[in-house]
Design a binder for this molecule. Sequence first.
Ligand SMILES: [Fe+2]
Length: 430
Amino acid sequence: MTSPVLESASGFIARYDELRAYTESLASPLSPEDQTVQSMADVSPTKWHRAHVTWFFETFLLAEHEQRFVPFQDKYWFLFNSYYEAVGPRYSRPLRGVISRPGAHDVGRYRANVDDRMRDLIAGLDEGALSKIAPTITLGFHHEQQHQELLLMDIKHVLSLNPLEPVYAGRPRAAGSAPGPLGWVDFAGGLVEIGHPGGDGFCFDNELPQHQEYLAPYRLADRLITNGEWLEFMADGGYRRAEFWLSDGWGRVQSEGWQAPFYWQQVDGVWLEHTLHGTYPVDPALPVCHVSHYEADAYAAWAGKRLPTEAEWEHAARLQDETPSDTDNLGDKSAFHPRAAGEPDGSLRQLFGDCWEWTRSSYLPYPGFHASEGAIGEYNGKFMSAQMVLRGGCAFTPPGHARASYRNFFPPGARWALSGVRLADDNVAP
Ligand SMILES: [Fe+2]
């Protein structure tokens, strides 16, 4: 992992406070009962997210560097460890929802205690000592940002199962205007640089090392696929015709009865969509979201196209924008739902924000990748099998957490993540 140039202790503390407050602001619309529910194995309770990111700072910073370290509570190392084998055994993930204590308010006290101690730790270090632990503090920041996004994905699923149709928060969904026909942006390809370029900006270890890849000429769709286009796929038998589907995907269609995106339901002949703002008729102008890799791939096959590779996506993104602009629909807009693409302008619209974009690339180590030593080395590398890469960012992604080289990943059947579809095609001269 790389980290930004060392900040002053006061700068670190200010960033720490801002980041931790953002997590609490995301949880603030939720009752203690809301924060306790685990609606399926992939989902974690809100209060678990709030505690686990706190455990990260306590385990990897306070326990290592605080003088006379005493844990806040003897068993939290067991309860809030997610997957770090090097730290020791942990509580069963699918059973996180049966833990009523600590309650949401107790988790708040845990957070406040660790926050006080983290501020004291940072403020008490000289410049040399601070520079040594700065990469781990920065990793803790970006780790908490990942959980800020997951917190929203997870509570969306929790609330979707409640027949009272509770609304989370945020601005009411704006009506979209139809974005017009799909356009294409051409790229010559060639031998290109892929991966984080290093330097001052943070990246995870899975974005390294930067390396060269050869790309044949290709083109990318200039926006995400809309609900309206997805309805055409459905009307043409998209979920009933095996010829469009990867074998494993077709198996899931049949075994799980997939007929539409994850949060759609048909009532009296009308397709409705669950959102964090409530349940609405499906808006044909908005991007389709909460589809699996299998569904995205089947749509592309139906359309006579394909999904981009992650290298194609990154190369195209880097030519346009290395990082999101102020207008991209990320979590700081509090829209918490994808927006319509707007008018064509010759660029790749919706590149960052709105929906994570499935690629056709398996999540694998880059050439020369080496996991870090110790428990931190478990952060990414051990998940590099049976998952697919997604690129970009989504309407839940916190500000400062998206960049051209960022590699998100989920199993190909995952649907609760805020994922959508951008098509690609070979760019072969007629
Ligand atoms: Fe985590």
